[in-house]
Write a protein of this length. Structure first.
Length: 535
């Protein structure tokens, strides 16, 4: 280990998902996400470092891969990189025997105080090493030491990051913390909720400005789950989580700091361009009339409240898009949309990512889509989407570079883990499973393309099935073999045939790979994939 004189500090945001999705209010989710992505590191971190180091600070890591501190002795602090919910800060530390006098200690004290005062409830942890090496084999060894220190500190630190309730107090209806303040027309809420709601307003303004070229003068994003275009209280939303495959390994394989910076920047640029294209595609679906009021897609108009800013009032009457991005960070995407668009938009985003390259290599992803009723607890829907993504990743490992998708319709408000839900709700007494699991994106046998072809044949083909017969088919899948054979014989007598889904069915025509069926997924998807968007 060489004596570089550089001290590295790795800052990590702990329990990001819990902080963002702990509320069932979309506004709070939006605000919390904006705090993580744009304020914790991009604003507060920069402000503290600039104030502490003045002209001796370099934060231009995204513009140049060169390590400034290597050649500029006047540079006392530099951003290593920011991304994935963490940040690497590099300090030129002066020797001292007193830990309290270290510049790193002074920074941590100032930074955590700012976070505690501005964003209560947000947890951070730190990893610190001396003699950080940004080159070659020394870089890998330094990163390993730094990550080990971070993991160790996470297991030792249990700080209270919210003001403890005292005496007899009234609880905030949003956060279950003490009532402390008001926000616009919302009375008696906690400061934690107020901070997230304020950030939500800022996020709304920033997002509408960022995608102004795609939204034009007609569309605007929404802050309410009920305004995603679904039909009233009976409507569904889709929580979509998309994660890149083997991206962590790509970062681990970086040979030096410059390569890591380049990879991080390239991923952010791909994420931004991908989401921009997706928003443009959604707008085109409505502008070209593929989705419209006549086929069940009626977009709500934006109505600002009495406390709205002038800019918010300028959006009055605009149509609220049926999608709201929540996280767009490198290879990590989360958005909520109208339930019938979840699978289609996940496919589209995966296609757009696959068309781009990072470091000269293509990027594949896995998608998890939880389709739930609007009132379903949002955090549970997000966790379910994450579990579905993990299930898709298990399939993707068998075929390098492939993208996969897994979805589940939770019409009954299922509870428990994904494995428990499948065991209780989607497994028949004979041991058959009423879902195929994950689907490869593409047109191969057993893929989403193949699934959509079978779905199209069932509803638009020459031998299209009446809806009541499709529901009877779904019910038959949960019955015994004799009942299924009787049902199929009756259907064939009526001229109703099953589309050929794959070539390796077992003896029973309903089952694929001996104990799974695609037909339950097909019938479920009929309600959640607009026929206008079928190929």
């Amino acid at each position: 280990m060489s004596n570089t004189g550089i001290t590295a500090l790795l800052i990590d945001t702990v329990s990001i998902q819990q902080y963002i999705f702990s509320s069932n209010k979309l506004k709070e989710n939006i605000g919390a996400s904006y705090i993580i992505e744009n304020l914790v590191y991009r604003k507060v971190l920069m402000d503290v470092l600039i104030k502490q180091f003045s002209g001796g600070f370099s934060g231009d890591w995204e513009k140049s891969t060169a390590f400034v501190m290597e050649k500029d002795a006047s540079c006392k602090c530099e951003i290593g990189y920011i991304g994935g919910g963490n940040a690497l800060i590099l300090f030129r530390e002066e020797s001292t025997e007193n830990w309290e006098d270290l510049v790193v200690t002074a920074f941590i004290r100032k930074y955590t105080m700012e976070l505690l005062c501005r964003f209560p409830g947000l947890r951070t942890s730190f990893g610190k090493i001396d003699n950080f090496d940004w080159r070659g084999s020394g870089f890998s060894e330094s990163r390993e030491r730094l990550n080990k220190d971070l993991v160790r500190n996470k297991s030792l630190q249990f700080r209270n990051v919210t003001v403890t309730k005292h005496g007899i107090v009234s609880d905030c209806a949003l956060s279950n913390e003490a009532q402390e303040t008001d926000f616009r027309a919302i009375k008696n809420i906690s400061f934690t909720s107020k901070v997230k709601l304020e950030a939500s307003l800022l996020s709304q303004t920033v997002l509408n400005r960022k995608y102004a070229g795609q939204l034009g003068e007609r569309y605007v994003f929404t802050e309410q789950l009920e305004h995603l275009g679904q039909p009233g209280d009976k409507g569904y939303i889709a929580v979509v989580h998309i994660d890149g495959n083997n991206i962590g390994q790509r970062f681990a394989d970086c040979s030096d700091l410059a390569e890591l910076r380049a990879l991080s920047t390239a991923l952010w640029e791909l994420a931004d361009s991908t989401m921009t294209k997706l928003i443009a595609d959604i707008v085109n679906l409505f502008e070209e009339g593929l989705l419209k009021k006549e086929n069940g897609f009626e977009l709500a108009k934006y109505e600002p409240d009495e406390n709205a800013t002038n800019e918010e009032k300028s959006w009055k009457g605009r149509l609220q898009l049926p999608i709201r991005p929540l996280i767009t960070a490198g290879d990590d995407f989360t958005f909520v949309c109208e339930g019938r668009l979840g699978v289609h938009l996940a496919e589209k985003l995966a296609e757009l990512i696959g068309n781009g390259k990072v470091g000269g290599k293509p990027v594949s992803v896995c998608c998890g889509i939880a389709i739930t009723k609007t009132k379903y607890p949002f955090y549970r829907a997000y966790k379910l989407a994450g579990e579905l993504t993990d299930r898709a990743k298990q399939e993707s490992r068998a075929e390098e570079g492939s993208s996969w998708l897994s979805f589940l319709v939770s019409s009954g408000g299922y509870s428990g883990t994904l494995e428990e839900i499948i065991d209780r709700q989607f497994t028949t007494p004979s041991g058959n499973i009423l879902t195929m699991g994950s689907y490869r994106l593409g047109s191969q046998t057993g893929s989403m393309g193949h699934l959509k072809e079978a779905m199209k044949a069932l509803i638009l083909g020459e031998t299209a099935w009446p809806r009541n017969k499709l529901m009877e088919l779904r019910d038959a899948l949960g019955k015994d073999e004799a009942y299924q054979n009787y049902f199929l014989a009756e259907a064939e007598a009526r001229g109703l045939k099953l589309p050929k889904y794959a070539g390796n069915f077992s003896k029973e025509p309903l089952w694929y790979d001996h104990n799974k069926t695609p037909y339950y997924d097909i019938i479920e998807l009929l309600n959640f994939y607009p026929k206008e968007l079928l190929p």
